[in-house]
Design a protein around this ligand. Structure first.
Ligand SMILES: CCCCC/C=C\CCCC/C=C/C(=O)SCCNC(=O)CCNC(=O)[C@H](O)C(C)(C)COP(=O)(O)OP(=O)(O)OC[C@H]1O[C@@H](n2cnc3c(N)ncnc32)[C@H](O)[C@@H]1OP(=O)(O)O
Length: 259
């Protein structure tokens, strides 16, 4: 998985597909479509370009790779949010799935944030539905029982940044052209209160959080089962702290605990 992440953050997605393919014996790729059905792929490959969320399941590790795939900028439209919610539900229910990596299939862009056209010239019912879909993604990602990592392989302004913040851990490509942050405040759009909580979690990680990620890498790496056992045994307390930290239930009133 470490190699997988390294390749992801270098933006070499085709190479990544090859890595997963080799490790899963050419039969580990599952594709979920918005209706929730899964299709086994007999060989390494990508789903059709019309799929807005491509899912590649590596059966050997139980890691699902989710690639947002709505060019040109992966803006979070109602259809994309809906499809992502269905995919997250499916993975949550899949007993073989242990973790997920959220990334982008669009070169140089992770996500441009909320779709601006979903926020203008629409009836009030649309705004309600849209905002419900936005919050649902936050709840599903942040509340997921799966280990989840955002591999930010491109620019990620506004809601794209918030999407990444919903993950347990973030790794971003080291590219000066990639931007991330809350530029939407310039448009007068205010991030919701729970952004503050997500932000605290990122800015004040416990020292053992990186250890958690390392252990995660080992745990999911079936080729090093003995190393995995050693790490998890040796650092079991730190692991528990890290897991409870990233999976901490949110209570707005008690969020002072982050300070
Ligand atoms: C769902 C997650 C859960 C957590 C959510 C939490 C909280 C809720 C959100 C709270 C507040 C968030 C608000 C927002 O997200 S508002 C959206 C703000 N986004 C932006 O301002 C991004 C603006 N876009 C850019 O900065 C750039 O486009 C770029 C992403 C850096 C890419 O640059 P570049 O490669 O140069 O592409 P272009 O600028 O030429 O854009 C290509 C076409 O894409 C259209 N576009 C860009 N962004 C959006 C967008 N957000 N929505 C819809 N369409 C977008 C752009 O107009 C171009 O279209 P054209 O080719 O037809 O002109």
């Amino acid at each position: 998985m470490a190699a997988v992440l390294r390749k992801l953050i270098q933006g070499r997605l085709p190479a990544l597909a090859g890595v997963l393919c080799r490790r899963s014996g050419n039969e580990g790729h599952l594709f979920l479509n918005s209706s929730g059905s899964t299709l086994m792929q007999p060989r390494c490959g990508y789903s059709s370009p019309t799929e807005s969320v491509i899912v590649e399941m590596d059966k050997a590790t139980g890691v699902a790779l989710l690639k947002l795939n709505i060019p040109p900028v992966n803006s979070l439209s109602l259809p994309l949010l809906t499809e992502l919610a269905i995919v997250l539900d499916k993975l949550e229910m899949d007993k073989h799935c242990r973790g997920l990596i959220l990334t982008s299939a669009v070169p140089n862009i992770f996500s441009a944030g909320l779709n601006l056209f979903d926020m203008m010239d629409k009836p009030n019912e649309h705004y309600s539905e849209f905002w419900r879909a936005v919050q649902e993604i936050w709840i599903k990602l942040y509340g997921s029982s799966l280990a989840n990592i955002a591999a930010i392989n491109g620019s990620s302004p506004a809601g794209g940044c918030l999407l990444a913040l919903c993950s347990d851990y973030r790794i971003m490509a080291n590219n000066p052209h990639f931007t991330i942050g809350l530029n939407e405040t310039r448009l007068g759009i205010v991030a919701p209160f729970w952004y503050d909580i997500l932000q605290w979690r990122v800015h004040h990680p416990p020292p053992c959080l990186h250890l958690f990620v390392m252990a995660l890498v080992f745990r999911l790496h079936v080729h090093h089962p003995s190393a995995m056992t050693k790490v998890t045994r040796a650092y079991s307390t730190e692991l528990k702290i890290s897991v409870s930290y990233v999976k901490q239930p949110i209570n707005w009133r008690s969020h002072e605990i982050y300070k």
